[in-house]
Design a protein around this ligand. Structure first.
Ligand SMILES: O=C(O)CCC(=O)C(=O)O
Length: 311
């Protein structure tokens, strides 16, 4: 099935044609400043416990010498123990500005937000299709949104995409995803897959299709950060594929998503944020290796470099 039929939007949009789109200046600076200021305020809070993106473990903030978080936050919009912070995340994820970006590129309608992520500094992210981790069934219906919280330069280790790879699901073992530029089979099978390193300015939004191959370079600077907020969405009514990691308890209810502050964006994460935060605080206290989970190798696609943690 081609991208034009998978996405409900206009087949002429950049998202449908190339698998991604960049919308300049979409999110107002004031909202981003409020989020970053709130994040600074909570960095040493004992209530700031979260599931770290990628590792599946529940952690406390791990700050580098500059005070940036080395561990990235999975689902910051659910941290109910930090209500002011949570609100600043929601003010961006469930904003009319972001909703309009989605409508422009992927079509009108009601969207469901699946998950969110907050990166305070640079991480390297292995090339992947989101479809390996989260997607609709049939695949290709999830849209990622990457919101630049600051101006991004090459030294930050930019987010990169492989143009027009959003035609079909690719098996992770088919190519050397750590070096696609030199993988002859990949180059032969995907002649249109030009690698584009994106350098968005603060407030720009990148949207991409769940079948588009993408990742992020390792940073080349020790001091530059790559602050970003990421969220994934799909059109209400689409079925979602089974998760690669089976859990006995899920915080998501895709059949009956909850309301958000935006009437046309629902939340698949239906857990009460205070309950979610309490779970994070309790589970972080255990520091049990068992909590890392069996799917860790599969889902850990981030690489963090740099100095040792200061906290
Ligand atoms: O920001 C990043 O490093 C990558 C984000 C990403 O790959 C994703 O959300 O699927």
């Amino acid at each position: 099935m081609g991208p034009a039929t998978r996405l409900a939007g206009n087949p002429a949009t950049s998202l449908a044609r190339n698998g991604y789109a960049v919308i300049k200046g979409a999110i107002p600076s004031e909202r981003i400043n409020a989020l970053l200021a709130s994040l600074e305020r909570i960095k040493r809070s004992r209530r700031f416990r979260f599931r770290a993106q990628g590792t599946n473990s529940f952690e406390s903030p791990n700050l580098d010498v500059q005070g940036n978080l080395r561990n990235s936050i999975h689902n910051p919009h659910l941290l109910g123990a930090l209500p002011a912070f949570r609100k600043t995340v929601e003010a961006i994820i469930f904003s009319d500005q972001l909703y309009r970006c989605l409508c422009q590129e992927a079509g009108e309608g009601v969207y469901v937000n699946w998950q969110t992520m907050l990166f305070d500094r640079s991480v390297g992210t292995k090339n992947h299709q989101d479809s390996w981790y989260l997607d609709t069934d049939p695949p290709g219906g999830v849209i990622g949104a990457w919101i630049a919280l600051e101006d991004i330069s090459m030294e930050c280790g930019p987010f990169k995409i492989y143009e027009r790879t959003n035609k079909a699901r690719i098996d992770p073992s088919d190519y050397d995803f750590s070096d696609l530029e030199h993988d002859q089979a990949f180059q032969r099978d995907h002649p249109e897959a030009r690698c584009v390193r994106l350098l968005p300015a603060k407030g720009d939004v990148i949207l991409w299709d769940s079948l588009l191959v993408h990742g992020a370079d390792m940073p080349t600077s020790d001091v530059k950060t790559r602050k970003s907020l990421t969220a994934h969405f799909y059109h209400l009514g689409k079925a979602v594929q089974d998760q690669p990691i089976k859990r006995s308890f899920s915080i998501y209810d895709h059949r009956a998503p909850a309301k958000s502050r935006h009437r046309n964006i629902l939340k698949a994460a239906t857990i009460n944020p205070l309950v979610y935060s309490s779970l994070c605080i309790g589970l972080a206290a255990f520091k049990s290796p068992a909590l890392v989970g069996r799917g860790n190798e599969l889902t850990e696609i981030r690489t963090v470099v740099g100095d040792r943690a200061a906290v």
